[in-house]
Design a protein around this ligand. Structure first.
Ligand code: CTP
Length: 397
């Protein structure tokens, strides 16, 4: 999909850069995009709805209450391929980060199951404030694409960071997001994620430091590309994305049982779960009291979920993850062969890297010597590069 056949939901907020977004709208119209503009009340102080309705030749929406139907926000966002918020003010960014929906724009964006591109523009002190930066980090972690503002002449007649990004940068981002849009439409994707817990008694268990962030980012990205996604998710404090089917699991055995059901006949399975390899052999029904100086317990192996899927051979294109601390690629290639995978993403977890952090470094390996570096970055950005690479391999296989 490209700009010429895209339907864009454009949210305009109250900042002086709103006039630049009028020019951007004209460019988008000339490129063939269909644009539904929603303006906040503050935006109307800078430019008028007439500006945008003249440019788009379509109705412009400003209130939850002035459209002929009762819930215009749901229809508008559902029909679009991408949402662009420009200029995004500190206030609207804060509302989005916190789920506040007190006008048409923020209500529509809260209901969005499409990619959201945010182009902030504001005073430099407001942009640099830790609250704004924390809100932007929250949105980025949830998979929003940010087009960072630039340094330059601000409305306060000073030089600083906060100017709306140049039109070409916003267009490039929209094109990149649209190129992936619907690329997995009609496909079924299953993802395992998070740690497992292997209980010892009702309050104690063996587990690991995985947060499930990688699998959650992949599930969101696959959903945004149009896939029907099932996320088998171990215990985590992170929120699962809206719009994906979440199957909560706790132990390796529960993950195994869920995977046998939910991967059957899918097009793509990605195993990111950090499955505990061992579980206490005995489970005490009551909390084990503290007695003596030592306690011995035998550990036994848990099922290898991914290897079982490789054997079964009906979980679609099968991608594993390898968390390694040494000799990464050789170990990962051995897992690729042993578990009969189509590809494996190698992840360096030395010195606490990878687990529980927002960032990661990934290399994708396949076949005899297929190899692609996916780079280092935010897990949400890496999820997009990983799916790009996997989709390419799926097309060739
Ligand atoms: N995996 C799994 N079930 C297990 C163990 C691992 O499904 N019981 C999957 C993981 O989700 C991952 C891949 O297998 O996609 C490799 O996991 P990793 O922990 O790196 O490898 P192990 O097979 O556990 O080998 P080792 O711990 O010896 O490195």
């Amino acid at each position: 999909m490209n700009l010429a056949n895209a339907r864009i939901f454009l949210g305009v907020c109250g900042g002086i850069a709103a006039y630049k977004v009028a020019a951007l709208t004209s460019t988008l119209v000339q490129r063939g995009a269909t644009i539904d503009v929603v303006m906040t009340a503050e935006a109307e102080r800078f430019v008028t709805p007439l500006t945008f309705s003249s440019l788009t030749a379509r109705e412009v929406y400003t209130s939850l209450w002035d459209a002929p139907e009762r819930i215009p926000h749901i229809r508008l966002i559902r029909d679009a391929d991408v949402a662009l918020v420009a200029p995004a003010t500190a206030n609207v960014i804060a509302k989005l980060a916190n789920g506040i929906a007190d006008d048409l724009l923020t209500s529509a964006l809260l209901a969005a199951r499409i990619p959201i591109v945010i182009a902030p523009a504001m005073n430099d002190a407001m942009y640099e404030h830790p609250a704004t930066q924390a809100n932007l980090a929250t949105l980025r972690a949830r998979g929003c694409e940010l087009v960072d503002p630039e340094r330059g002449f601000l409305a306060e007649r000073e030089i600083g960071i906060g100017r709306l990004a140049a039109e070409e940068r916003i267009l490039e981002t929209l094109e990149r997001v649209l190129a992936r849009r619907r690329s997995l439409s009609g496909k079924r994707v299953a993802i395992t994620a998070g740690p497992t817990r292997e209980p010892f008694d009702p309050v104690r268990f063996i587990s690991n430091a995985s947060t499930g962030a990688t699998g959650i980012a992949l599930a969101r990205e696959a959903m945004l590309r149009g896939a029907d996604v099932t996320l088998m998710l171990g215990p985590t404090l992170l929120e699962a994305p809206a719009g994906v089917r979440v199957v909560p699991i706790s132990s390796a055995q529960e993950l195994y049982d869920a995977a046998m059901t939910w991967t059957t006949g899918v097009d793509l399975t990605i195993a990111t779960a950090a499955v505990a390899d061992w579980r206490p052999e005995a489970y005490a029904d009551e909390k084990v009291p503290k007695q003596g100086e030592e306690l011995a317990t035998r550990l036994v192996r848990t099922p290898d979920v991914l290897a079982a899927l490789g054997q079964r051979d009906n979980a679609g294109f099968l991608v594993g993850f390898a968390a390694e601390t040494e000799d990464h690629e050789a170990h990962a290639r051995a897992k690729l062969r042993a578990k009969r995978l189509d590809a494996i993403a190698v992840n360096d977890v030395r010195d606490g890297r990878g687990f529980g952090t927002g960032e990661n470094t990934l290399v994708l390996l396949w076949g005899e010597n297929g190899r692609r570096e996916l780079g280092t970055g935010e897990k949400s950005a890496l999820a997009a590069s990983l799916l790009d690479a996997v989709e390419e391999l799926m097309r060739c296989s």
